[in-house]
Design a binder for this molecule. Structure first.
Ligand code: PLP
Length: 393
């Protein structure tokens, strides 16, 4: 049987074998609970968590004291956003975010609007996927408490100008939260982390295990703003109760070490492969690329294939290739991608678009095979489409 091609690294990544090796002892012989402060099993776990936290902090250029472990980015996003409910500002909180954010942000904002009376402004993006800084300036209000902007988009890879965004709210007493989930291990984050008050990450997007992520907070002022939603046990300075996920944290540290240590070399290779893939897919008649004119992640491309229904194409490809029509967390939705429609892409075209996201195990051979298979399936579906036939005649 032919190996299936995996080009859905933005949905999740396989654990690097070295990550699994690092974690294994903490699932078996070193299984202690970090809260068991009276015996060596607990001490060993505590030492491992401390060493891993130092390592993560060191690589990301942040303080190890300013990290809260979570189950992943969805939890991190909920923690940060919900901290800014009306409890934070009894006179009423206003949050600014963007229409192309991940559903973890959009659904949490919708919940806060509905149940907590919070007011939310959703910034538009232009056709390249970038927010307009003048729109941001115009959206600011005296009651604005938080600006939540993703670093890189999961569907198009588009990278927002975080530095410029931060300048606009500097000295305004507004916290800046960056969803950096897709950026980890793909681009340098020092500059963005320098200006962010909060950021969230998730290990499974960068060859680490599922079920572990972190929230970074910049300083004491940011820490004070955070509200604890999981009580019990007093772990993590009482900000997030529950037994610490020692194997997950050890694996997270190893995955960050591996994905950040050769970042620029790896990304040169990955950019070349992505460009080769994109060029090949754009040779298919009428196809077009979404989000390519903005700065974007090196591993992602989003391509529209007019006269083809994206769901049909996904089904046809699924025997050979794993790709997606957007966010894995939103795969069940029957609506066109909210990211592409926010970029003013026609809903029909959005429906015929697929996201290809490659990773460190992608080879040139995979790229060539993918181009050939997609070309074949697009043409075969078009042949069954009466509109395509009419257009040709
Ligand atoms: N934010 C972005 C940009 C994502 O791509 C994802 C996952 O796809 C999330 C948040 C949610 O992350 P997690 O799966 O860790 O909950």
């Amino acid at each position: 049987m032919q190996k299936k091609l995996y080009l859905d690294y933005n949905a999740t990544t396989p654990c690097d074998p070295a990550v699994v090796d690092a974690m294994l002892p903490f699932l078996s012989e070193n299984f202690g609970n970090t809260s068991s402060i009276h015996h060596s099993f607990g001490w060993l776990a505590e030492e491992a968590v401390e060493a891993s936290t130092d390592q993560i902090a060191n690589i990301l250029g942040i303080s190890p004291d300013n990290i809260i472990y979570t189950s992943g980015s969805t939890e991190g996003i909920n923690m940060v956003l919900k901290s800014f409910s009306n409890k934070y500002k009894p006179s009423g909180s206003h949050i600014i975010t963007c229409k192309t954010e991940h559903k973890a942000v959009l659904d949490t904002c919708a919940y806060m609007e509905k149940y907590e009376g919070v007011s939310v402004t959703y910034l538009n993006v232009d056709t390249s996927g970038l927010i307009n800084l003048n729109d941001l300036k115009a959206a600011l209000r005296p009651e604005t408490v938080l600006l939540a902007i993703m670093y890189a988009n999961n569907e198009t890879g588009v990278i927002q100008p975080i530095q410029d965004i931060a300048k606009i709210i500097a000295d305004q007493n507004i916290f800046l939260f960056i969803d950096a989930t897709q950026a980890l291990g793909k681009v340098e984050l020092y500059d963005a982390l320098e200006v962010a008050d909060f950021a969230c990450f998730s290990a499974h997007k960068a060859y680490g295990p599922k079920g572990i992520g972190l929230v970074y907070y910049k300083d004491n002022k940011a820490k004070k703003a955070l509200h604890s939603f999981i009580q019990g046990g007093g772990q993590q300075k009482t900000l997030r109760g529950g037994t610490i996920n020692t194997p997950g944290i050890v694996g997270f540290a190893k995955s960050i070490e591996l994905s950040c240590e050769n970042l620029s070399d790896d990304m040169i290779r990955i950019t070349q492969l992505r460009d080769q893939l994109e060029e090949g897919l754009l040779r298919i008649e009428l196809s077009s690329s979404n989000g390519h004119s903005a700065p974007r992640l090196p591993n992602t491309c989003n391509i529209s294939f007019p006269f083809v229904n994206g769901a049909d194409l996904l089904r046809a490809l699924s025997k050979d290739i794993a790709v997606s029509n957007g966010s894995a967390c939103n795969a069940a939705s029957e609506n066109p991608s909210h990211v592409l429609t926010a970029m003013r892409i026609d809903p029909d075209l959005a429906f015929s678009s697929l996201r290809f996201s490659i990773g460190k195990y992608t080879s040139e051979e995979d790229i060539i095979k993918t181009i050939n298979i997609v070309d074949k399936e697009v043409n075969s579906l078009r042949e069954k489409n009466i509109l395509w036939e009419r257009r040709k005649n």
